[in-house]
Design a protein around this ligand. Structure first.
Ligand code: GLU
Length: 471
């Protein structure tokens, strides 16, 4: 049998890291077994679902590189099918119309609570034959009254729930729209899902869903309910812990590979290994070894993995993600060094792609002002001679690459009998505007000849002005 998994988000917000981890586990389970991975958008809650959220889910999946074999399916496009199945259940007497008013249900609930009982529908309309006027009924599923529902969850182990704990679930609202527990079963049957992997906030729904499978004459899939993700303070991960949206991690400069590597380790492990490429994950992942304890999000570890993957992935791959950040920052890439060369020099110096893009701006754009602190320290009158000499030596260079650049600066330092820093630091501030950059030879190579020479002149002018102000 081919393994078929699905990720079934409700588009009521952004794609958050918990959802992304579920998606990743579904993806890995399918890929590991050479099966199919399906994306299904559960948008039946018309009031809370938004097109922006659908787009955020699709963008998040694409950015993460979790490609699906089928879908996206949309539940709102399947209403005819749900209605047909509801009709079938009504005909078979496996579902019934319930005309109980809200007032009655509220009273029932209150009485049950007052008696210390679990609130549940009492089945009053189960055998009802009359049809009250002017009441739009809901449709309820006739839940079995005896026996237990038993299933073996692959993460949580054996689960047993007595049917008399479960009441008759509403499967269609008064306006006829079907509800979650019902649509999810119809879809999982129609889409031939073999493995349901989802957050453990759904674990209480599963026995009810299993009963619906049986009523529809279908074999339930196997279930795996994965534990939630906590913040570093032990509370359920939420916005106040910082970024929780997948696209926010993109915006903040993380590589999808780093986030995936980080997410796979939230609940799953393979020995003491921390670093997994997507290929490794596909090869090694096993849903049975997912831990049932909640795991806590740790941003420092994510940053560490991001640095690791920035240094380790092929520069061209890092460059393709970096290009997006330059675009966001409105930096024209045609006016500076090749991105791959940039990644090779910068990747190990920064924590994120965003930082990389920000620190690399002077390679592509001129700046109006020197960083005040750096200029105060390094563009002083004593820097005039080193800068003039460096400008002269560099102007004569025919090969504008790191080695000859390094030699030229070295020679200037030697001829002035100063250490290299006395030439390199003013030069760095002159060409980058600040004191932060890669080694001076690489920096000059990336800045390029014309810009370097022009910026040295600009720095000399700055020093002159400073001198005349002091007089
Ligand atoms: N749509 C549900 C959610 O976003 C998931 C349903 C499922 O995976 O069965 O929580």
């Amino acid at each position: 049998m081919t393994i078929r998994t699905r990720f079934a988000p409700s588009p009521t917000g952004f794609l958050h890291v918990g959802g992304a981890r579920t998606a990743l586990f579904c993806y890995l389970q399918a890929r590991h077994h050479h099966g199919a991975f399906i994306l299904r958008v559960e948008d039946t809650d018309l009031e809370r679902s938004t097109p922006e959220s659908v787009q955020a889910i699709l963008d998040g999946m694409q950015w993460l590189g979790l490609d699906y074999d089928e879908g996206p399916y949309f539940q709102t496009e399947r209403f005819d099918r749900y209605h047909a199945v509801i009709e079938q259940l009504l005909m078979q007497n496996k579902a019934y119309r319930c005309y109980c008013s809200k007032t009655r249900l509220d009273e029932l609930r209150e009485a049950q609570m007052a008696a210390g009982d679990k609130p549940r529908y009492d089945g009053r309309c189960r055998e009802r034959t009359d049809v009250p006027d002017n009441v739009q009924p809901v449709i309820r599923f006739r839940n079995p009254e005896t026996n237990d529902v038993v299933f073996k969850d692959r993460v949580r182990g054996l689960i047993r729930v007595a049917n008399d704990e479960l009441d008759d679930l509403i499967i269609a609202r008064p306006d006829g729209s079907p509800t979650y527990n019902f649509t999810v079963v119809v879809d999982d049957i129609d889409m031939r899902i073999t493995d349901v992997i989802r957050g453990d906030d759904h674990i209480n729904n599963t026995p009810r869903q299993i009963n619906i499978y049986h009523a529809l004459g279908a074999e339930p899939p196997v279930f795996a309910h994965v534990p939630m993700i906590l913040g570093d303070d032990g509370a359920r991960l939420s916005k106040r812990h910082g970024a929780v949206s997948v696209l926010q991690y993109r915006d903040d400069g993380y590589l999808p590979q780093a986030l995936l590597n980080y997410l796979v380790r939230l609940g799953w492990s393979h020995g003491d290994d921390e670093v997994f490429s997507l290929q490794d994950m596909v090869h090694l992942f096993d849903i049975e070894t997912v831990n049932k304890k909640p795991s806590a999000f740790n941003t420092d570890k994510l940053i560490w993995l991001n640095q690791h993957w920035m240094k380790t992935l092929p520069a061209a791959e890092v460059a393709s993600h970096l290009a997006w950040h330059f675009q966001q920052a409105d930096i024209d890439l045609s006016r500076g060094p090749d991105l791959i060369a940039l990644v090779e020099v910068q990747a190990e110096r920064v924590k994120t792609l965003r930082e990389l893009a920000e620190q690399s701006r002077p390679f592509y754009q001129d700046f109006d002002a020197f960083d005040a602190g750096a200029a105060k320290k390094h563009l002083r009158p004593v820097a005039r001679l080193p800068l003039e000499q460096a400008g002269k030596a560099l102007r004569e260079l025919t090969d504008w690459s790191a080695d000859p650049l390094q030699q030229a600066i070295q020679q200037v330092a030697e001829s002035l009998e100063v250490n290299l820093g006395k030439v390199a630091q003013p030069l760095r501030v002159a060409v980058m505007g600040s004191g932060v950059s890669p080694s001076i030879d690489k920096t000059l190579e990336l800045v390029g000849r014309e810009r370097t020479l022009a910026r040295i002149d600009q720095a000399l002018l700055f020093i002159s002005k400073r001198e005349s102000n002091q007089r």
